[in-house]
Design a protein around this ligand. Structure first.
Ligand SMILES: CCCCCCCCCCCCCCCC(=O)SCCNC(=O)CCNC(=O)[C@H](O)C(C)(C)COP(=O)(O)OP(=O)(O)OC[C@H]1O[C@@H](n2cnc3c(N)ncnc32)[C@H](O)[C@@H]1OP(=O)(O)O
Ligand SMILES: NC(=O)C1=CN([C@@H]2O[C@H](COP(=O)(O)OP(=O)(O)OC[C@H]3O[C@@H](n4cnc5c(N)ncnc54)[C@H](OP(=O)(O)O)[C@@H]3O)[C@@H](O)[C@H]2O)C=CC1
Length: 516
């Protein structure tokens, strides 16, 4: 009998960020593993011209819910969307909805955040820090709340090399920053952002660090746990191997490499690529929710949800597995043959950027212009370079995260829960996982059919022939120019030709002697 599943049955759960990548997997797993959960309240904002109801209806059609749809066809009846905007006072929740939440909710999972590295500081603060503070304020008034689980990131304290499961001093006093964004003009905030960030690489990690500190300061009597996942990747097993629905973290990089657009990456081959499958992070989150509510630990527990200390995997290995998968299972309409390399040398990277990114992009765009179409490759390349610049902080360094609380939690699970909420990353086989991740990106992100693989391979052969023809023509042209301009080059050329001819005649003579 599963204690974790049983715990959630009959409970009212509140999830923020349920429309996001992790939120969807959390909601799906909760509804499937605890089919008698009373209700799952989700905070949703209207977006892109769609009302909250339309967004939820569209979300529930998503493939990620196929399994729960099959197991519990009426699962959608349990989902109660609440109109909310986390950057607004009182989260912009109506008085009526607020009343319902205050009387009913038993567990809160706070996943909502902006995960963009280039988010303007004002917005990142409003959502990641102030939004968390406001949610906490609401949670403190909830009459039946048993646990509050906050999803942070393993990189919230990335300015340290060894990261324990504790809350570190914040980069700044959050209240002072809130005052600042209240009265300072947005353009001034942008100007002083680098100064405020200090050693922090981006506004995302900075505001996530602030939110951890705010939680510690303002938790009151709440039972809180903080989960810190590292780079969240496609699912390992659930709901389907390889399920992924956004281009964040490594996913966009894999696709750009698979399409042959990305050929060089600044990364340290020997640095740990600390990746955690989304279903593992969610299993740990649900188990931590149960533990926090049932065992009520005296101190707030922080769970570093990472793999590096337990089952390390390196960027160099990742390059090999990704390339090998895409060579065997190519993406459709690749720009060039997949062939990405990692380097930690800035100059080598710049060289390959010029030769392998910019030059082909310029030629391709020229071809597009000449054939009356809109050039687009240089734009894609520029965006890719911007992403790579923002990501390289994470691909060139290693961190040590302690994982005692993860181990402690595992030891509290019974045999069935260990299987149902598996977060034992020692069992993770990286080459298999990366293959399934790449195939998942092909299927679920790019909507490519596996039946199209023979055609994609044929396309790669065509690209290879174009490359051979192009290289040969280029070589002949360069050589002709060189020969025409330099007497010494001509002498070398005739010398080589004479030597080749001599060797050839000698070989013929040897052949004749042997066969007669
Ligand atoms: C061989 C491999 C070796 C690996 C070699 C090392 C890799 C090294 C990785 C380190 C990874 C650290 C990860 C830290 C772990 C956290 O804790 S971070 C949590 C996750 N957060 C992130 O990863 C956010 C990072 N991303 C960003 O901040 C922003 O996306 C960037 C990088 C600033 C780019 O912004 P942008 O140029 O404005 O582009 P963006 O808005 O993201 O996308 C525009 C559109 O293009 C689409 N798109 C984006 N990428 C693609 C793509 N590749 N293809 C097609 N469409 C795409 C988007 O879906 C979007 O579509 P719409 O929504 O507009 O319809
Ligand atoms: N993905 C990763 O690699 C990692 C993620 N994390 C953490 O996990 C959590 C979830 O991340 P992930 O699922 O990847 O992120 P997504 O970007 O996929 O989802 C973010 C969610 O937050 C919601 N949200 C954003 N702004 C608002 C707002 N103003 N009001 C209400 N809701 C809002 C989004 O809603 P909408 O659909 O309306 O935009 C969406 O549901 C985050 O806290 C993140 O920091 C930690 C480590 C790594």
């Amino acid at each position: 009998m599963s204690s974790v599943s049983a715990y959630y049955n009959g409970k009212n759960v509140l999830i923020t960020g349920a429309t996001g990548f992790m939120g969807k997997v959390l909601m799906e797993k909760l509804l499937r593993s605890s089919p008698d959960v009373k209700a799952v309240y989700i905070l949703v904002r209207p977006k892109a011209g769609q009302s909250m109801q339309e967004r939820v209806a569209n979300m529930l059609k998503c493939k990620v819910f196929d399994r729960v749809r099959e197991d519990c066809p009426n699962f959608h009846e349990k989902i109660k969307p609440i109109n909310a905007e986390l950057t607004q006072p009182k989260l912009a929740i109506s008085a009526e909805d607020e009343e319902e939440l205050l009387t009913r909710i038993n567990i809160v999972f706070h996943c909502a955040a902006t995960v963009r590295f280039d988010e303007p500081l004002k917005h990142a603060l409003q959502l990641n820090a102030l939004g968390t503070q406001r949610l906490l304020e609401l949670a403190r008034q909830m009459q039946n709340l048993e646990a509050f689980i906050h999803i942070s990131t393993a990189y919230a304290n990335c300015i340290r090399k060894c990261i324990d499961e504790i809350i570190y001093p914040p980069p700044a006093e959050p209240k002072k920053l809130f005052d600042l964004i209240e009265w300072l003009d947005e353009s001034i905030i942008e100007d002083i952002t680098p100064k405020l960030l200090g050693d922090w690489p981006n506004t995302y990690t900075y505001t996530k660090a602030l939110s951890e500190y705010l939680i510690q300061q303002e938790k009151g009597n709440l039972n809180i746990a903080i989960i810190r996942p590292s780079i969240v990747g496609a699912s390992w097993h659930e709901p389907f191997p390889g399920w992924i629905d956004n281009f964040n973290g490594t996913s966009g990089i894999f696709i750009a490499a698979g399409k042959g657009i990305l050929r060089t990456v600044i990364a340290n081959n020997e640095a740990v690529a600390d990746m955690i499958p989304v279903d593992v992070a969610i299993n740990l989150t649900l188990a931590a929710g149960w533990y926090t509510a049932v065992h009520r630990p005296k101190n707030m527990l922080v769970y570093n949800c990472t793999t590096g200390g337990i089952n390390p995997f390196f960027w160099g290995e990742m390059e090999q597995y990704v390339m090998s998968t895409f060579k065997r299972n190519p993406l459709e309409q690749a720009f060039r043959t997949p062939n990405a390399h990692l380097t930690s040398n800035y100059l080598i990277n710049q060289y390959w950027i010029t030769v392998s990114h910019k030059a082909p992009a310029i030629l391709y765009d020229l071809y597009m212009r000449l054939t009356g179409r809109k050039p687009r490759m240089m734009k894609i390349i520029n965006r890719l370079h911007k992403s790579m610049t923002l990501l390289q902080y994470f691909s060139t360094q290693s961190w040590d995260w302690s994982s005692e609380n993860m181990n402690m939690l595992m030891s509290h699970l019974n045999t069935e829960d260990k299987k149902l909420y598996n977060f034992d990353v020692r069992q993770l086989h990286w080459s298999e996982y990366i293959e399934s991740y790449c195939l998942g990106a092909k299927k679920y992100l790019l909507n490519e059919d596996m039946a199209g693989i023979p055609a994609a391979k044929q396309h790669l052969r065509k690209l290879r022939n174009i490359r051979y023809a192009f290289n040969t023509t280029l070589l002949v042209i360069i050589w002709r120019i060189f020969i025409a301009r330099s007497q010494m080059a001509r002498n070398i050329w005739y010398f080589v030709l004479r030597k080749e001819a001599k060797d050839f005649l000698m070989l013929m003579a040897i052949g004749d002697t042997c066969f007669t």
